[in-house]
Design a protein around this ligand. Structure first.
Ligand SMILES: O=C(O)C[C@H](O)C(=O)O
Ligand code: SF4
Length: 511
């Protein structure tokens, strides 16, 4: 099986850089449902542009290339140890080539292995079958959406929906709630896989397996087909919209599977996947290891071929307010929720490890009037040894909620860029100290990498590439003010109105 490593390398590259036609088509349909010119529509146009850029640059669609998870069917007698070795070699190569971000972190020491190998990483599941060919499927599901997975134990009480019992209608309520609780933090508009039954472990596994189904397939179980259609339609009435900006496109796909349970347990497990729904598959010749065909390359049955390719590239952000760093308190206090801003100048990345560090240490650079970007980029060195940004979209900001207000105050920051919004403590901090929260478009890693002109330096390289503090000079970095210095938060407003809408679906629908 000489060719296997190359085949897997191709599979990884394709998964990370080129979204399958069924996913593209769903995103396009979501875009058609949004009214032109709204924040959600701007976000979806940026996403669409980003998808095309990733394919063209053969670079990651999103900088978070997730937990590489392989589901493999093999003929009896295939050497799984050799296959595992080939997969690991391909993973290392894909990381060196910037197709994967080094994402494997020691949970006790925090050390990034640098090559995407570690205890339990990558995830590889083998199943034997009686066919002669090998079927290898890969999903790269990022951390932000993984954090929005949720598991319900029935019966339970749900905000807005009341009691969810042990029947189809209780399941319906859990699934609707799962979309509500994700808000924009998993980079909506999303796709969900649902597992009904099993135990806590197998239920989540079943949920994740549903994400390998095609967006336009038909559930063979009539009750579940009905439920999938209902959820898709109803979740899009919650008004969460793309990135949680408010709008019509909240959910792009819902796939539900079922398995038996034991009498005392009744779990509904939901795997939430962001719009950057990266899954691919190959059929491989068991003798040569070469690819015989791809599994998710067919155009969706409901789409005319030319419709599936995203071609729109209108510069939707052209009308923003241009701000050059360092920012003044006056200009920042003038900003209001909904304003589009274009940032030029030096910005600094910082995420989980840096926030924790800055609480009790000084910053290596002066952050007064500065801009901090919640981002863990994909970086490579060029032939001259200079760092180049390969992918650099925002990460979910809410994780920094315990630190952010203190850090704004301590260092005199004027703007935080991230995605998904932050909470009450940060909102108060923005007001007190004269700062804003800018929501960048989650997952738009190529779009943002494109506006990063130079890498002016790096601190805390020992934290690993995603967690290091990168000093980046940007030109034309576009984002939307979603929390201002006047105590306004778009996230708070959207969440409250989504809860009201959720409550409209309290009454029984399925008997
Ligand atoms: O780790 C990242 O870069 C992003 C993450 O997937 C997130 O959505 O927060
Ligand atoms: S940043 Fe958004 S698009 Fe990227 S992996 Fe996280 S949730 Fe998905």
């Amino acid at each position: 099986m000489q060719g296997l490593k190359d085949s897997i390398y191709q599979l990884i590259t394709e998964t990370s850089t080129n979204l399958p036609p069924d996913v593209r088509f769903a995103i396009k349909q979501g875009k058609e449902n949004e009214s032109a010119g709204t924040r959600s529509s701007i976000a979806l146009s940026t996403i669409t542009k980003n998808i095309d850029m990733a394919e063209e640059n053969i670079s990651p669609i999103c900088q978070d290339t997730g937990m590489p998870t392989f589901e493999i069917h093999v003929p009896v007698g295939v050497n799984q140890i050799k296959m595992t070795r080939a997969i690991k070699e391909a993973i290392v190569k894909a990381t060196e080539q910037g197709k994967l971000r080094p994402n494997s972190v020691d949970s006790l020491t925090g050390k990034n292995s640098g090559n995407n190998l570690g205890i339990g990483v990558p995830v590889i599941h083998f199943t034997q079958w009686e066919k002669n060919e090998i079927d290898i499927r890969l999903i790269l599901k990022g951390g932000g959406c993984e954090n929005k997975n949720i598991q319900y134990s029935l019966p339970c009480e749900l905000p807005g929906l009341g009691r969810a019992g042990r029947d189809l209608d209780g399941i319906r309520k859990c699934i609707l709630h799962s979309v509500y609780q994700a808000q924009g933090q998993g980079c909506s508009a999303g796709f969900i896989g649902v597992g009904i039954g099993g135990d806590r472990t197998s239920g989540y596994q079943l949920a994740k397996q549903q994400l390998f189904r095609k967006v336009d397939d038909q559930n063979p179980i009539p009750d579940l087909a009905k439920l999938e259609a209902y959820i898709l339609e109803t979740a899009n009435q919650l008004g969460i919209g793309t990135m949680g900006f408010g709008g019509e496109a909240t959910l792009l796909g819902c796939k539900i599977g079922v398995m038996d349970r034991i009498p005392a347990s009744f779990f509904v497990s939901v795997a939430y996947n962001c719009w950057a729904y990266r899954r691919q598959g190959i059929i491989v010749n068991a003798e040569t290891g070469e690819i015989e065909r791809w599994l998710y390359k067919d155009e969706p049955t409901s789409a005319a071929p030319q419709q599936t390719k995203q071609q729109e590239s209108a510069d939707v952000f052209s009308n923003g307010k241009v701000l050059t760093t360092p920012l003044s308190e006056k200009e920042v206090r003038e900003l209001k929720v909904g304003d589009v801003v274009i940032i030029n100048g030096l910005i600094h990345t910082g995420r989980d490890a840096l926030h924790k560090y800055l609480m009790d240490h000084d910053s290596p650079v002066d952050l007064t009037n500065g801009v901090l970007y919640h981002c863990g980029p994909v970086m490579l060195k060029d032939d001259d040894g200079n760092w180049v940004v390969k992918a650099a979209g925002p990460t979910t900001s809410i994780r920094e909620e315990p630190y952010q207000a203190d850090i704004i105050k301590k260092f005199g920051l004027r703007a935080i860029i991230g995605k998904g919004g932050m909470g009450a403590k940060t909102l108060q901090g923005l007001k007190e100290h004269g700062a804003v929260y800018l929501n960048a478009i989650g997952g738009a890693a190529q779009y943002y990498a494109d506006c990063m002109e130079t890498v002016e330096g790096v601190d805390f390289a020992e934290f690993g590439i995603p967690e290091a503090m990168w000093h980046l000079r940007v030109q034309g970095f576009a984002a939307i003010v979603t929390m201002d210095a006047h105590g306004n938060s778009l996230h708070k407003d959207v969440e409250m109105s989504a809860l009201e809408r959720l409550a409209q679906f309290k009454d029984r629908v399925f008997d």
